[in-house]
Write a protein that binds this ligand. Structure first.
Ligand code: GDP
Length: 138
């Protein structure tokens, strides 16, 4: 089991002024930041990042949204990182997310749901490598 996961604070949460609140929740939950950057995806880059969802009906909406504003991308470290981070962020649809989760607090809809969290160790490595070189990890 890997101890790394990858996250993005999505454009809705950045626009709503929640970068600080979300980073505080991540910190309080015991994750260490290995790498972090404030950046913006082009439509083409968002399309590549979410390529696994290419056949889903919401792919166009998702890639438009993810390239609509700046994001914070980060690699996080903790024992059992992938599963523990999925617990911290809550269900994809904030209406179904548990109380106290990041999405319950800060997401507005199933599409604009404040944060991304890797769904497997394998994807955590792929997604982290999409944004960060070895020299950008500490
Ligand atoms: P996650 O692992 O909880 O992020 O959920 P998924 O892997 O199923 O979906 C990836 C992302 O696509 C979600 O975080 C949402 O931003 C978006 N998404 C999922 N379902 C829908 C949907 O029905 N409509 C729209 N517009 N976006 C969706």
């Amino acid at each position: 089991m890997s101890n790394l996961t990858f996250t993005m604070i999505k454009p809705d949460a950045v626009r709503n002024g929640n970068i600080g609140n979300i980073l505080q929740m991540i910190n309080n939950a015991g994750f260490r930041i290995v790498a972090m950057k404030y950046t913006r995806l082009s439509l083409d880059q968002a399309g590549k990042f979410y390529e696994v969802h290419k056949e889903r009906p919401f792919y166009g909406e998702l890639t438009e949204f993810m390239s609509s504003g700046s994001i914070v991308a980060a690699i996080l470290e903790k024992e059992n990182a992938v599963a523990d981070f999925r617990t911290l962020i809550g269900a994809t649809n904030p209406a179904q997310a548990e109380e106290g989760t990041i999405r319950k607090k800060y997401a507005t809809s199933i599409g604009e749901n404040a944060v991304h969290g890797s769904d497997s160790d394998e994807n955590a490595l792929i997604e982290g490598a999409f944004f960060f070189s070895g020299l950008e990890r500490f």
